[in-house]
Design a binder for this molecule. Sequence first.
Ligand code: C2E
Ligand code: MG
Ligand code: MG
Ligand code: MG
Length: 280
Amino acid sequence: EVKRAGRNGWQFYTREMQKKSEYRHTLLTNLIDAVNKEELHTYFQPIYDIANNKVVKCESLARWFKEDGSLISPNEFIPIAEESGLINRIDMQMFENSVKLLEQLKQHNVTMGLSVNISPRLFQTKDRALEQWFNTVESCSQHFDLTVEITERLLTDESEKAVEVLTKLRELNVKIAIDDFGTGYSSLSYLVKFPVDIIKIDRAFVSAIGVDSSAETLVDTILVMARRLNIQVIAEGIETEQQLAFLANRHCDFGQGFLWAKPMAVDDFYRHLQIKQLMQ
Ligand code: C2E
Ligand code: MG
Ligand code: MG
Ligand code: MG
């Protein structure tokens, strides 16, 4: 009996695992196809200066639509892209699309910073791909205010190469932001190990404002610490006036979130800026 149950349990487990790995495989195959055809879209979410309620920069975020128009969440496809190394091509495409937006905005006399997500997988790539990426960044950094966001959950393994790349980026005047700050295992040690300009407080802490007093204390502490270290802070996922007021009272520099706007396609992003009277 026991043996049989055990065996069935084992069979069930492998079947589940197999199903999951088949799904991931199909997803990856489709994703490779989408990247080859440059079908991924780049969305933009404005980042606001909290003190004066003005848009100062935007974060670009990848969007993948299925043929039926439904969306596959980045939380689903980015990890698969990261595992396979495909992420570097995605990040490159997002970056190039974002630079196009900045150039168009410049023609409307709007200057705006750009914040792009990069995967630490970039630190593992062979020199030529990395060099190509650097060339693009270098030419762009001469004209625009650029920030590179790296999620701290992924920084761990590649720290030596990461320090090298981040230091080089800094020399190009590119700012370094630690994304999802507070969610990793050694948030504080990153601030010592890496050249950091900006901390992005994870949405998990922001959404706890007004709900969980120890999370509020953490936000407080991050803000005080960042100021002492001369690091700017962006609070992500601001959804309510109450959250904004809490952060404004504590002089948090920047914010992004649904309270102002969701990530938007280029046309909607233009419209948002027009409404905010940043464009004629
Ligand atoms: P992230 O870089 O921390 O991006 C912020 C995420 O929070 C975005 O999710 C954004 O849509 C969401 N967000 C912003 N404000 C609010 C809010 O007020 N409420 C709520 N509920 N959510 C808010 P998204 O676009 O689904 O992306 C998820 C993650 O996937 C990103 O987190 C980033 O780590 C990764 N990602 C997305 N695009 C790219 C990309 O082009 N390259 C890389 N390497 N990673 C990407
Ligand atoms: Mg980000
Ligand atoms: Mg973030
Ligand atoms: Mg996040």
